[in-house]
Design a protein. Structure first.
Lengths: 96, 488
């Protein structure tokens, strides 16, 4: 077995893959912070002092409903603007 | 018998059967049987990919158990359920392109194929296959119980007869159609789940006199029903947050989810699946659990949590619509079970038999064996489910957590960390599964977090430490693995 080291060259597609994976991780962290901060930031006061938006307690509206809409939008924008199309096959094969 | 409910249900089963027959044509024509049967020849488009991921992941607990708990605990449980939104994009973003490219380089069909090539270790493979068989088998049994009970409650047939109907309809399309049938029926099931959630959510809000009215009534009954802490204030922020690992980011370690990350056609499919998947999973989880909370006002006094969703559907919707809505949990159960069945069967055939027992087996032998083993496993699960254990949501979560603790680091670090090696992976799996079982059985929810958290942390430490300590071993082999996985 020869020494593979001399010929080693990293697959360039992995640069893109690594960056996109990191974006996914950061988005998840941001998602968690949003969810947690609104839920417990607004939700920890006595229920009698709650404000309501569209009938829902404000903590729930911001954390779960707005959070859902917002992160769906962010995923859309992230994928459309920052995710690149790369071929998966090492060489193009026929795809039906 | 309630014919309004039964007719849509059986119509649904008939369509599913047709899809199985349609997919079996591909299996006859496919150049590579194993690739087609266990991976659909990597041809999934974005829409099907998104729905099969959501449907596989969304199980009986999302439609039956979950709303039942939400009914008793209030909005706090919906908050907890929304930790699942992240699964819509996280798995694909993180495993995503890397996994798809690597899987093609090494021609992997199963998750264990990937682990086998990455770690080149028989013990990693056998331990993985054993974990998959044990844990997914128990998860499957729990889901089948759910499926049987559902049919039982709609038709009034005996539990065993209901289970038999459920089992035979799932078995037929999985056995003859393989992964392609599973993915296509999953999409159909995903659509049914989505529409069912929408209809029932609207129906429940209307029946409850609007959201404001429902919230006011809940707050009068018990203010904590509309707080994030749960009706009995049992939902601490730490406990709820720990579900971000169990049903959120940790899902990446579930073999049935991970295998889908190598089944899609191209990067466009992956991009689309992230968008569609996030929308669908968020909507279903938010909607179904909210329905559970709203149901407390609409149909008060339900004792058994699992009956909340069927009862509220029959209460707020006209019969035929309720039938369509009640096909949703059915769809959720089927779409989970079908994937698990195929996965357990692939672990036995592809990962153990073809790898170690008889590598020289011909295509024809493998084909006959795949189909018969899938059938045998299905029948075994059926027999197990006849005399079922009780609380399905917890049994399901037990299998969930164990698998996540076993696989998350060998997959993720195996993909992204060149220094990870077989020793690290093996240690990580042992520590993950072992500590999960010990903690779950002796001190569940240690330190106020869900049991899964510590095993995931411990298995991470195990993977990294043991890999680093054993760097000097098998340097040449590891060099070759890196060349193969990362090189051009």
């Amino acid at each position: 077995m020869g020494d593979g080291r001399n010929h080693y060259k990293e697959d360039l597609r992995f640069k893109i893959a690594n960056r996109e994976a990191l974006m996914g991780v950061f988005l998840a962290i941001f998602n968690f912070i949003w969810w947690f901060a609104f839920a417990y930031g607004l939700g920890k006061k006595p229920v009698a002092e709650y404000t309501y938006i569209f009938g829902f307690p404000a903590w729930f509206f911001y954390s779960c409903i707005l959070g859902f809409i917002l992160f769906s939008l962010i995923v859309f924008v992230m994928v459309k603007l920052f995710f690149f199309e790369v071929p998966f096959e090492d060489r193009e094969e026929d795809v039906e | 018998m309630n014919w309004d409910v039964i007719i849509p249900l059986f119509g649904f089963l008939a369509i599913v059967f047709l899809i199985g027959t349609y997919s079996s044509k591909y299996i006859r024509k496919a150049p590579d049987f194993l690739q087609e049967y266990f991976l659909g020849s990597r041809q999934l488009n974005g829409f099907i990919l998104a729905l099969t991921m959501v449907a596989t992941f969304g199980s009986a607990s999302s439609f039956i158990g979950g709303p039942g708990v939400a009914y008793n605990l209030g909005l706090g449980w919906v908050l907890l359920a929304m930790s699942q939104l992240v699964t819509g994009y996280f798995t694909l973003a993180v495993l995503g392109k890397k996994f798809a490219i690597v899987a093609r380089k090494i021609n992997a069909v199963t998750l264990i194929d990937f682990l086998k090539e990455r770690y080149q270790s028989k013990w990693v493979v056998l331990l993985s296959a054993a974990s998959i068989v044990v844990f997914l088998f128990s998860a499957m049994a729990a889901q089948w119980v759910g499926g049987g009970r559902l049919i039982e409650s709609f038709t009034g047939l005996s539990y065993t007869a209901s289970l038999f109907i459920f089992a035979s309809s799932v078995l037929v399309y999985v056995i003859i159609g393989g992964f392609r049938a599973v993915a296509i029926t999953d999409s159909l099931q995903g659509i049914v789940m989505f529409i069912g959630t929408l209809l029932l959510l609207v129906g429940t809000i209307v029946a409850g006199g609007g959201v404001s009215n429902i919230m006011t009534e809940l707050a009068v009954e018990n203010p904590d029903l509309v707080s994030p802490f749960g009706a009995d204030r049992s939902l601490t922020p730490l406990f709820v947050s720990s579900f971000w690992i169990l049903v959120g980011v940790g899902v990446i370690g579930l073999p049935q989810v991970a295998v889908r990350a190598m089944s899609y056609r191209d990067s466009r499919a992956m991009h689309k699946a992230m968008i569609v998947g996030t929308l669908v999973v968020g909507f279903i989880m938010l909607g179904m659990h909210l329905i559970g909370v709203f149901a407390r006002v609409v149909v008060p006094g339900i004792e058994i949590g699992d009956k909340v969703m069927p009862l509220v559907a029959l209460e707020v919707l006209p019969g035929w619509l309720a039938g369509i809505v009640l096909a949703a949990p059915m769809a959720a159960v089927m779409s989970t079970v079908d994937s698990l069945l195929l996965l357990v069967s692939s672990a036995v055939i592809k990962d153990v038999y073809v790898n170690y027992v008889k590598p020289s087996a011909s295509q024809r032998q493998v084909k006959t064996l795949s189909i018969s083993i899938t059938a045998i496993i299905g029948i075994l699960v059926f027999l197990m489910a006849i005399d079922p254990p009780d609380f399905l949501i917890w049994l399901n979560l037990f299998a969930f957590g164990g698998l996540e603790a076993a696989f998350i680091w060998p997959i993720v670090l195996g993909l992204y960390w060149k220094k990870g090696n077989a020793y690290g992976a093996f240690a990580s799996m042992l520590i993950g599964v072992g500590s999960y079982m010990i903690i779950h059985l002796s001190v569940p929810n240690l330190f106020g977090m869900h049991t899964v958290v510590l095993p995931v942390v411990l298995s991470f430490i195990g993977y990294v430490l043991v890999s680093l300590i054993t760097q000097h071993k098998q340097q040449i082999e590891n060099q070759q693995i890196i060349q193969r996985f990362w090189g051009v």
